[in-house]
Write a new protein. Structure first.
Length: 94
């Protein structure tokens, strides 16, 4: 008889769709996605938002350094709040 243990199943949220809906459907939608180490990215494919709320191209992983991460990756709550504000801004400007 073997004494095997079943690994624990984990469930975690790793991506959010931050959207504004109306009678005509979805007006704007931005993704907030976990990037590891408790950091979250705000994306509107293929771009990423930085600390100044500007959109830019996502460079290859080999070109991302600590400075890039500090200006493009956020804690969970900050990323969600920034995404909410950006969705609202996009709708106002549409």
């Amino acid at each position: 008889m073997t004494n095997e243990t079943t690994p624990a199943v984990t469930v975690e949220v790793t991506r959010y769709a931050v959207s504004l809906h109306g009678e005509g459907g979805v007006f704007a939608s931005i993704t907030v996605e976990q990037q590891g180490s408790g950091r979250w990215a705000i994306t509107l494919a293929p771009d990423i938002m930085d600390v100044d709320h500007e959109w830019s191209y996502v460079p290859p992983a080999s070109e991302r350094d600590d400075e890039w991460a500090a200006s493009h990756l956020f804690d969970h709550d900050t990323a969600l709040e920034m995404a909410r504000k950006e969705v609202e801004r996009q709708v106002r400007e549409a």
